[in-house]
Write a protein that binds this ligand. Sequence first.
Ligand SMILES: [Zn+2]
Length: 486
Amino acid sequence: VQATSTSSVDPNAAIVGEVDLPDPAATLSWSAPRWSKDGTRVVVERTRDARTWPWLDEHRADVGPALALFGLLLGFWWLVRTWRRPRIAGRAYCRRCNHDVGGAETHAERCGECGHALAGRGSVVGRTRSRRLGPTLALAALLVAGGAWLASGSIVGASAAAFRPRTAWPFAALDRFAGWPFWRADAPWIVVKRLDVFAVDAEGRPRHLPTSAIEPAPNAHWAMSDDGRMIAWTRFDETNGYRQEVCWFDVDANAGGSTYVGTNADGFLSMCGFGPDRRSIVVRRDRLVVVPDAVAAPDGATLGRHGAEVLRVDPDDGSWSVVGSADAFAIRQSDTSWMLEPGGAALGPGPRATWATFTLSRLRPPAASPYVVRVTSLTVGDGKDVRVVDVEGDAVALYRFVKATLVGDRELAIEEIEAEPQQPARDRRRYRIDLETGRAVVEPVPPHSANESAFEATIALPPGASPWLSPGDPPHAWARLVIRRR
Ligand SMILES: [Zn+2]
């Protein structure tokens, strides 16, 4: 029996195809495989430990001091040995007892002191003290320096209280002394997100597309085009100087690119998906300048307004434009900090480029479940006018927002999965909001494609393997994408 990810599918249901995930050993976790809208592709998202030597990294606090101590002992032992076995350069000595057995050319068969046979390697020719000491002391110094370097990466000062003390030699013993200034730090993981794309044929057989080992930033939002060919994501981290970057990769063309749409002062980006032409990328940008609002939330929180823009990026040439802009909302945390409420955007078809952007809130109005968010503002533009649409009552309550699309010029469809944390996903639902009246109706979302309705995609691991690895856990021997008939 194979351990599988959370799934309602019968584990005994017929497996129609399976394929190994590349590089399973470094896999830390994954989310449920995601079908492209047309059902021809499945994307597997994993987090991966990108360290080259994870074992050494985990054991720096052990290996480092051990190496340094070994280097110290080696150097000390060699100094004492050299001191206690004086030799004159050019003369021959018994290798066992260091008795002077004559000049460089000794003809004695045995040592006159201990009787050791001198033939072959039984005798040794004396060298100067510096030539005897040099190589070994250099090696010892190298071991001490290397060990200290390894250890210094694994311990931190006591002021870094966020680090959990870890017990390892030699710090385990020292931990018992109150005020010991060094704790062992958690080994810093280098976590990267990896996306693999699999083509799935009409019989449900998956095939890994080797060009698709895409690694966006670990915190990146990503989206897939309807045909599963294009993956797009945003990047905002130290690797690009915290600039606003939109990235994309075309799996079929084995080519990608990126474009900067702002500096680190311009705000946050959210990946919203693809436009109605199925190729241009839709991004929402939340400006960071928040203006306090006169209206307070029902629970007394102070609200603020900031600008939210809908951006369209053309992956063919990297050009981009601001299609629309609206007010979005933030909640005051302190005198200087605001929490921007999450939001999304959608781009419609047609020459006038209808767009919609909305803010989701957990606080306004008070929600029935702490996991439910509601649409608290919706702004629509059609190339000429921009209007705020009042969504009827509290009609739109979302558990897990998936995506938003504009249906014609009349409706915004917001798709969600009804799922509370730690609970298996329930229905996939869609709210359709009339952009004139704000009236919302909810309906189940049917499978997008024949493949998605016929097959279930899961990840399988060896029996007993944990889907969430921690430092020191044994790595996965294998992990597979398994396709079963529903
Ligand atoms: Zn001897």
